[in-house]
Design a protein around this ligand. Structure first.
Ligand SMILES: [Fe+2]
Length: 320
């Protein structure tokens, strides 16, 4: 983990901005977590209070999501959404996008600002199905939001007044793939993504997407990454034997990480906010370090669709 030392809400302080911005982008792409002290990125106390008032049993989904493009909140039962909650999510999303755009300038002209989310439930011992569990190491891939090789960058903030958020991470995908067992798991995912049934389903969804039906149009890469998300969680040997690093994020802290390359698990903590971005392939500074590069090396072929943008189509389903 590296710590942000020369940038805050107020901007950069006394550095070669272009060089520092590129430095942080490259470190993130290569699998570092960028830690941001609470003094560098803040949230109004009234917004924090509005979010913490929400009763955890008002959730209809695993998390609450906020779509910056429409202003819509999803994941709550019936009438649970109130104006204060929506406004607090909107302000967090806008502030996170502004903060990250200033910090990571090489990405912001072409990235896609994705959903923000709020996680109000205590993560320790949370009862979820195996592929939904947050306490098992996994990389992120979203069933309803394929990226076609664009990378998943996420900005998190722990808004709990006094509880740490505890994460476990493993090594980034390129390092894990140097181990025989993990490379074999990835290759199995590539083969499953390329199976006749999987390809036929992919073609059907691609056709539907082209005529405007809202189905996620997944590339081979997206299908392989979804498999990898599930298989990592289901593989007890991987969970037990892989290298592990523990991180404790203090109340008020934020952190940035490419969650498509860093296996991560949340062991404990309540009340976190998050803003996602899809970073376009063309703007990467270290494309050789991307999960796409590793998967294509293993597969020996191109795994993305070539007839559309690198970001993909928006869908409705979530897996985080
Ligand atoms: Fe995740």
């Amino acid at each position: 983990m590296i710590e942000l030392t020369d940038y805050s809400d107020a901007g950069w302080s006394g550095v070669d901005v272009a060089a520092r911005s590129r430095f942080y982008c490259e470190q993130l792409e290569r699998g570092e977590i960028l830690f941001i002290d609470g003094a560098r990125f803040g949230l109004p106390e009234s917004d924090r209070a509005a979010l913490m008032k929400l009763a955890p049993d008002s959730l209809r989904q695993k998390n609450i999501s906020y779509a910056p493009s429409t202003g819509q909140v999803a994941g709550l039962r019936g009438a649970a959404t109130d104006r204060n909650l929506t406004d607090a999510l909107a302000r967090y999303s806008a502030a996170a996008v502004r903060f990250c755009a200033g910090l990571l300038a090489p990405y912001s002209a072409t990235w896609r600002v994705e959903l923000a989310s709020f996680r109000p439930v205590e993560e320790h011992d949370r009862p979820l199905s195996i592929t939904e569990r947050n306490d098992l190491l996994h990389i992120d891939a979203f069933p309803g939001r394929p990226t076609n090789g664009a990378r998943i960058l996420r900005f998190f903030t722990n808004i709990h007044p006094d509880e740490k958020r505890v994460w476990l991470t493993s090594d980034p995908i390129p390092k894990l793939a140097a181990r025989g067992e993990f490379a074999a798991m990835m290759l199995n995912c590539v083969r499953a993504a390329d199976s006749p049934a999987s390809r036929a389903l992919g073609q059907l969804m691609h056709g539907a997407a082209r005529i405007g039906v809202a189905l996620p149009d997944r590339s081979s890469y997206d299908r392989a990454m979804l498999r990898l998300h599930d298989n990592m969680k289901r593989d007890a040997e991987f969970q037990a034997d892989c290298p592990k690093h523990r991180h404790e994020f203090a109340p008020g802290a934020s952190w940035l990480v490419f969650t498509d390359t860093i296996p991560h698990a949340v062991l404990a903590g309540q009340f976190a906010l998050e803003q996602s971005f899809f970073v376009a392939r063309d703007s990467l500074l270290a494309p050789d370090a991307s999960p796409l590069a590793v998967i294509e090396r293993l597969a020996g072929r191109v795994m993305t669709k070539q007839d559309r943008t690198s970001v993909g189509l928006r869908g409705a389903l979530e897996r985080q």
